[in-house]
Write a protein that binds this ligand. Structure first.
Ligand code: PMP
Length: 353
């Protein structure tokens, strides 16, 4: 428990007094629906999905299912258009443009910085340790300033693939007086427990997850934020009224109902990750393949630029990460299907010969 954390102190004053958009239907539910200027004649094609009607602004069915699946309460769950919407809303709620700061720990996911730039928020960066990409906890806490509102931690981390030590995460949550955003986009590929159920114990902890990775549903754009109820209430107030469309909600619900299939696929990707790592390690041009608890492998080559370009010439697209700190000559490779990985490895073998 972070005893001195005070949510009301760090919420932007304009958000505190915000009166959210309110639809008449929220008060009355079903009936003769002539309140929202929908098209009474329906969609231009036959369908049974009532797509001429606006979706549920609160996504109650979907949020109920997510809550049950992760062992939290619906009040602790927010659903957004990808994790990126969650990140954007947290900036809007906690960070005053041109005034406040956030702290990130590169090498990490780039969107935290992009979103800071959009909102005119300064970013302090404390690099992860070079050996093992772990959190330099003391240095992070020393770098925090009175107007540092949010600390972004990504575990498993993109692009390094490792998870952070549980005790380090706990210390930062306890010591930092702002919001700790723990991005668990890749958590299902790791052997660690999610921190999502702990948001009731830690009032300044916000956990991000997504259906884009383990669920294989990047195309529907569904991200999940877990936090204490008061933070979720603010997110619900600030979001666009109908942010999650009906088609996305329906597919997300189907995805959750097929959790066993998802787990089966996750296991297959983890096995494939191991095989791909072994094969990459046998190549002369590969200096190191980092341990990964995600669905990608950060790999250090002797000449990453050359490999990247020559693979691209063969329409094999991977991610160049060589310009990220501690990642000189590194490429990030998503674990593909066995056939795709085979194609990658044989292309690399040809470059090497
Ligand atoms: N967090 C991390 C760490 C990611 O790597 C990504 C996507 N690459 C996201 C969030 C974005 O997730 P979404 O598709 O839900 O916006």
């Amino acid at each position: 428990m972070n005893r001195s954390f005070d949510l009301q102190k760090i919420i932007r004053p304009n958000i505190k007094k915000l009166v959210p958009y309110h639809s008449a239907r929220e008060d009355f539910g079903e009936g003769l629906l002539l309140d929202a200027n929908e098209n009474s004649l329906g969609t231009p094609f036959p369908d049974d999905q009532q797509l001429h009607r606006y979706p549920d602004p609160k996504q109650t069915k979907l949020r109920d299912l997510i809550a049950e699946w992760r062992g939290v309460r619906t009040q602790n769950v927010f659903t957004g258009v990808g994790s990126d919407e969650g990140i954007d809303l947290l900036y809007r709620i906690f960070c005053g443009p041109g005034q406040d700061r956030v702290l990130t720990t590169p090498p990490t996911y780039g969107m935290y910085n992009v979103s800071a730039n959009i909102h005119d928020i300064s970013v302090d960066q404390v690099l992860l340790d070079e050996e093992g990409f772990q959190l330099p906890v003391d240095q992070i806490l020393e770098t925090v300033k009175p107007n540092t509102k949010m600390l972004f931690l990504c575990s498993p981390n993109n692009p390094t693939g490792n998870t952070f030590a549980t005790e380090d995460i706990r210390t930062l949550i306890k010591e930092f007086q702002g919001i700790v955003i723990l991005d668990e986009a890749y958590i299902d590929f790791s052997n660690r427990e999610s921190w999502a159920p702990k948001v009731v114990d830690y009032p300044n902890l916000v956990v991000l997850q997504t259906l884009s990775k383990s669920f294989g549903l990047a195309g529907i754009r569904l991200g999940i934020t877990y936090a204490q109820e008061e933070i979720i209430d603010y997110m619900m107030k600030v979001k666009a009224p109908y942010n999650i469309n009906k088609l996305t909600a329906e597919k997300a619900i189907k995805g959750l109902q097929n959790w066993e299939t998802v787990q089966f696929r996750v296991d297959a990707i983890k096995k494939e990750r191991k095989q791909l790592k072994d094969k990459l390690e046998q190549l002369k041009m590969v200096q190191h393949v980092y341990e990964s608890e995600a669905n990608f492998l950060l790999t250090k080559f002797t000449d990453a630029q050359m490999v990247y370009k020559q693979l691209a010439d063969q329409d094999i697209i991977i991610r160049y990460r060589g310009n990220q700190p501690h990642c000189k000559n590194c490429l990030r490779i998503t674990v593909g299907t066995p056939d795709e990985n085979e194609r990658l490895i044989s292309a690399l073998k040809k470059l090497g010969s």
